[in-house]
Design a protein around this ligand. Structure first.
Ligand SMILES: [Zn+2]
Length: 254
């Protein structure tokens, strides 16, 4: 009888060796909503050794349209608790570390320390900047993704790259950034963006860094546009220069 990971490890760039590396990898996913639901399924099914997932929220009926980890029986329960139950049923061999909390600059050290990759499953830039700044400060790869409407974008920020999320989005007005709840969202875009993000995460875990996409991946499923956009570093970025990490140090101005 074929083993759980036989099909994946038959893919030559992963192989038995890559599968073994994944079994010893530690990944943290912040946010277990639309993006996080898909991401965690990909990572749990593919056999990542330890997965921490962080969310303070409860499952709402209006989440079920896109947050594929949950069903009607989960409504009203803590997302991390429901996610744990479903993910454990999918793959009991993966170590799961649910954390019911909101990531902030104050608790970033406790929540994000000790992981090989930090993955964005969140829905807002306040939390993303905490991940971004922490990842840059500590030299950890950060896999960013964002969706709104039928549009999404994603990118890996490598520690050795003089580039971070702040360079890409600039001085975004945090209050004005579109979210699923403000601008609507169709669930297929989550599949596209998280497919990219999960593949990039797997590349990092098996050591295929040369295959990691350097450009910003963007997709619009309604306008049928797919692109890779060149992004350049902001020479004035204090985070890339290692001078200052606003989300970790200045709690009034994330
Ligand atoms: Zn930067």
């Amino acid at each position: 009888m074929p083993g759980r990971y036989d099909v994946q490890s038959k893919f030559p760039p992963i192989g038995e060796e890559g599968q073994e590396k994944m079994a010893h990898a530690r990944v943290v996913v912040v946010g277990v909503g639309g993006l996080g639901s898909f991401l965690l399924q990909h990572l749990v099914r593919s056999g990542v050794g330890l997965l921490r997932f962080v969310d303070f929220d409860k499952v709402d009926l209006s989440n079920l349209q896109r947050q594929i980890l949950y069903d009607e029986g989960d409504v009203g329960k803590a997302k991390v608790e429901s996610a744990y139950t479903h993910l454990k049923a999918i793959n009991s061999t993966v170590e799961l570390d649910p954390l019911q909390d909101k990531l902030t600059g104050q608790n970033a050290e406790d929540v994000l320390s000790g992981f090989d990759v930090i993955v964005d499953g969140s829905d807002n830039y306040e939390v993303r900047f905490v991940m971004n700044d922490f990842a840059k400060k500590h030299g950890i790869p950060f896999v960013f993704g964002s969706v709104a409407g039928a549009y999404g974008m994603a990118k890996v920020f490598l520690p050795e790259e003089p580039l971070c999320l702040r360079d890409v989005v600039g001085n975004i007005d945090l209050a004005e950034a579109p979210t699923a709840t403000s601008g609507g969202l169709i669930s297929p875009i989550l599949g596209v963006v998280t497919g990219f993000m999960a593949a990039e995460t797997i590349k990092l875990l098996v050591g295929a860094v040369d295959n990691v996409e350097k450009k910003l991946f963007v997709a619009d499923l309604w306008q049928n546009q797919w692109a890779k956009i060149n992004v350049v570093s902001d020479p004035g970025c204090v985070v890339c220069q290692g001078k200052y990490y606003p989300a970790l140090e200045d709690f009034n101005h994330p």
